[in-house]
Design a protein around this ligand. Structure first.
Ligand code: NAG
Length: 195
């Protein structure tokens, strides 16, 4: 119920065509899905060479409607927690195969202590300790990263790591972790390489 005003605002913004946000790789701008800009304003230097995969441990979402509610409640949850200026993830991936902008490509998020200023953090909506995200979500993130390289937002030889490779967490969940270990840019020994 908390998200109803955001939904109304979304309908308003979309129907009046007042949006002026950049979507570099098909991500849905935060102004579009939530109605206000991210408060994360510290510049992040591009191109980025580290992508941290995480999970949100919130309910899965599959439809556009569910994912819109889900990402809005994540943002509200982060903003209500002390010390969180705004949604911490750089991007959030829904089970519907859509990518939602958080801190985005150009601003430092708050997702991986000590690595926020050299990486983007992508949170898959759901809990992936025992199952995979949808094929649409997995494909969307891979396409998104490929687009990032094409647009010089990511380096050509960027690295992908699971959240748990850098800090003490179960994120992104064992099943999703083993999935990303098959991705071509996956980096083993992350702490050793990244320091
Ligand atoms: C990131 O932050 C660390 C610690 O605050 C700092 O030493 C480092 O130079 C920063 N890196 C970049 C790329 O800004």
């Amino acid at each position: 119920m908390l998200v109803a005003p955001s939904l109304l605002l979304l309908v308003f913004l979309v129907s009046f065509g007042t949006l002026n946000a950049a979507s570099e790789c098909g991500e849905i701008p935060i102004t579009e899905w939530s109605g206000t800009e991210s408060r994360r304003k510290q510049p992040l230097k591009s191109p980025i060479d580290l992508v941290v995969i995480q999970h949100t441990v919130s309910n899965d979402c599959f439809t556009d409607e569910e994912c819109l509610l889900s990402v809005n409640s994540l943002r509200q949850h982060h903003m209500l927690l002390a010390g969180f200026k705004d949604l911490g993830y750089s991007f959030v991936a829904g089970g519907n195969g859509k990518i939602y902008e958080g801190a985005g490509w150009n601003h430092i998020g708050a997702h991986t202590l000590h690595y926020n200023n050299i990486s983007i953090g992508i949170g898959f909506i759901g809990d992936f300790r025992e199952k995979l995200p949808t094929q649409q979500a997995l494909q969307a993130v891979q396409d998104f990263l490929a687009c990032g390289v094409e647009n010089n937002l990511l380096t050509e030889d960027y690295h992908v790591v699971g959240h748990q490779q850098l800090i003490n967490t179960l994120s992104p969940g064992a099943v999703l972790q083993s999935e990303i270990e098959s991705w071509p840019h996956w980096l083993d020994n992350a702490r050793k390489v990244l320091g």
